[in-house]
Design a protein. Structure first.
Length: 394
């Protein structure tokens, strides 16, 4: 921030200079007391005392304005304002009506240094003291009309400026918080994408590498084919990571079904997969979320389950919440570790929730079952709960 607001203490030399200049401009209204000291016909002793009083008033006023915001209590600020008011009273009663202008500075300091709940009482109180002193000073009523309104308006104007500065600071802090949350969300998205992408691709590369190693002595041609597949998977993984980093990665169910078939076959898992899915009317966000779900589920089957068979189903369903496309992946493996959902399933649940869908995952009768649902956005025929298969499978 280049400048410093009302009620804030300056943080560096530049802010101190700006605040000094801004505060010093308003001291020009002390010309009336200065003129009185120079041409008011006072004796030398009175002039010396008057100059000392004016310097003390200005010094105390500047200290109050500059030290505001350093953790002072309201009681300390009120005490400082009381000192200013006492100085103004003494100087006005002893030197004359020209010194009544000091009460305007007391009111402005109240508005700038105190919170609104206190300033709304101290500013009118300053106006009352000004009126009382003006009635006691010879010819003070002639100055009262010209000083009473500036005292009230100046003080309350400073409270408005103070509140405006406070609101501006709060908005800047809120903007910084929103930017931080957006950055955190982007990091979460990137971590989720990289986990899903690299987990699947690296698992497939590991399986094919092991298979190529077993085939190499007796079946070099088949081993060479597996090595070629490894190269293709590696290149595709690199493309996927680049797309994920730029935020444009949207996997498709058709491509993920083909990848699932290759991964399960390489792991020696008997796969029952649906045919080419009919995705007419399915939003891209829903299809992308289900594609991520399929990738994560197949990766878990290959890496953790020890299953020998995996069944994938894809059906349209009409639910109470509207039509959905349901993906189910069930294996006959170990059923998971039982330690709760890992990072993959947690990120997957977040993806589906953003798309308006849901995720269910847990032990099945003979293994592990994952069910992901995402809204389709098109009206489905039949009563709620009816199902129409998209392809073969469970």
């Amino acid at each position: 921030m280049s400048g410093v607001g009302i009620g804030q203490r300056p943080q560096n030399r530049r802010q101190k200079m700006v605040k000094s200049l801004w505060t010093g401009i308003w001291l020009v209204y002390l010309s009336a007391p200065v003129t009185d000291l120079l041409h008011g016909g006072h004796s030398t002793g009175v002039r010396i005392l008057g100059w000392l009083g004016l310097v003390a008033f200005v010094g105390w006023y500047m200290i109050l304005v500059f030290r505001t915001g350093r953790g002072e209590t309201n009681a300390l600020v009120l005490g400082s304002l009381a000192v200013l008011a006492a100085q103004s009273t003494v100087l006005s009663l002893t030197l004359g009506r020209e010194w009544l202008v000091l009460f305007v500075y007391v009111s402005i300091a109240s508005g700038g240094a105190l919170p609104l709940r206190w300033a709304r009482w101290t500013i009118p109180a300053t106006a009352v003291v000004l009126t009382t002193i003006a009635l006691a000073v010879p010819d003070g009523t002639a100055y009262l009309a010209g000083l009473l309104i500036p005292t009230l308006l100046g003080g309350f104007a400073m409270t408005g400026v103070r509140e405006l500065v406070r609101t501006t600071i709060a908005l800047r802090e809120a903007r910084a918080t929103v930017a931080q949350l957006a950055a955190n969300e982007e990091r979460l998205r990137l971590a989720r994408d990289l986990h899903d992408l690299l987990g699947h691709s690296l698992s497939l590369i590991t399986l094919k590498s092991e298979l190529a190693g077993r085939l190499l002595p007796d079946h070099p041609d088949r081993a060479a084919k597996e090595v070629t597949d490894i190269e293709n998977v590696s290149r595709q993984a690199l493309v996927d990571v680049r797309e994920a980093v730029t935020g444009y990665r949207r996997p498709r169910l058709a491509g993920e079904l083909a990848g699932a078939k290759a991964a399960l076959a390489a792991a020696g898992v008997l796969a029952d997969l649906p045919a080419e899915p009919d995705l007419a009317g399915v939003p891209e966000e829903s299809e992308s979320a289900l594609a991520w779900a399929l990738r994560e589920a197949v990766t878990n089957v290959v890496r953790h389950s020890g299953a020998r068979r995996c069944v994938v189903g894809l059906v349209h369903r009409q639910t109470l919440d509207g039509p959905v496309l349901e993906l189910s992946v069930e294996d006959n493996g170990s059923g998971g570790s039982g330690d709760g959902p890992g990072n993959g399933l947690t990120g997957l649940a977040e993806r589906l929730a953003k798309a308006g869908g849901s995720l269910e995952a847990g032990r099945a009768t003979s293994g592990f079952r994952l069910v992901a649902r995402a809204p389709t956005g098109d009206a489905a025929d039949g009563s709620p709960g009816s199902a129409g298969p998209v392809g073969s499978g469970a």
